[in-house]
Design a protein around this ligand. Structure first.
Ligand code: PCA
Length: 198
C-alpha cells in the first residue's frame, strides 16, 4: 500500500488549517503534500501527483468550518461556485470543474467502513453527500477524474475527509480518528443505512 495524503494551506483570512497540521503529523508514514487553496494550482498538480507517486490510495483532507467531526465525503460534483476568492484571488462562479466531464464522481474509498472505524475510537464522524462547491470539492473531483483514467488494476482508491475546526475537535483527537480511518483504506466496504432524509 502506498498512500498519498494531502492537506490544504490556510484560506479565507485564517492563519491555520488543521488539515495541514495533520499532514505534518503523518510525514514519513505516507506521501504527504500540502496544497495551495487555488483552483488552478489544484487542477495542474493532481495529474502530476498521481503520475509521479503512483499511490494505491489517496486521502485528501480539508477544513470545513461547519463540520462537527471527521466528515467522509461520498461524492464530488462537477461544479464550482466559490463564495469567496481562492488564495490566488480567483472566484469562479457556476463553472464546471472539468468541462464536459460527468456531473459527479463517487469516492472510491470504503467510506462506511472508515466511518465505523472513526466512531470506534470515540471521535465523532459522519458521512456527507456534498463536499461543497469550493476548492475541496474541486480537488476531490480532479483526483477521482484522474484516477478513473488509470487501468483498473493500478487505479488508486481515492476520497476526501473534511476535518472540523480545532475548537470543535482538538488536533490530537482528529489525528486519532484519521489514523483509524486510514487503517481501513483497503477493507471491503460495509453496508448499513445512513442516507439523509430531510
Ligand atoms: N477547505 C476548503 C478549501 C480548503 C480547505 O481546507 C473547502 O472546503 O473547499
Amino acid at each position: 500500500m502506498k498512500t498519498l495524503v494531502t492537506g490544504f494551506e490556510p484560506f479565507g483570512g485564517s492563519d491555520r488549517n488543521p488539515s495541514a497540521e495533520l499532514i505534518t503529523r503523518l510525514e514519513g508514514e505516507a506521501i504527504t503534500v500540502v496544497l495551495p487553496v487555488e483552483f488552478e494550482a489544484v487542477r495542474k498538480v493532481v495529474p502530476d501527483l498521481l503520475a509521479e507517486h503512483r499511490p494505491t490510495h489517496v486521502v485528501c483532507l480539508g477544513l470545513s468550518g461547519c463540520a462537527t467531526g471527521l466528515t467522509l465525503e461520498r461524492v464530488a460534483i462537477n461544479l464550482i461556485d466559490a463564495r469567496i476568492p481562492d488564495n490566488a484571488g480567483d472566484q469562479p462562479v457556476d463553472r464546471p470543474v472539468i468541462p464536459g466531464a460527468p456531473a459527479a464522481r463517487f469516492s472510491t474509498l470504503p467510506v462506511k467502513a472508515m466511518l465505523r472505524a472513526v466512531q470506534a475510537t470515540g471521535i465523532p464522524g459522519e458521512l456527507s453527500l456534498s463536499a461543497g462547491s469550493y476548492v475541496c470539492n474541486a480537488l476531490l473531483y480532479h483526483v477521482l477524474h484522474a484516477a478513473a483514467a488509470f487501468p483498473r488494476d493500478i487505479r488508486p482508491r481515492c476520497g476526501f475527509i473534511h476535518v472540523p475546526l480545532e475548537d470543535a475537535v482538538d488536533l490530537d483527537s482528529q489525528e486519532r480518528g484519521l489514523r483509524a480511518a486510514m487503517a481501513h483504506l483497503d477493507v471491503s466496504e460495509i453496508h448499513f443505512a445512513d442516507g439523509e432524509l430531510c
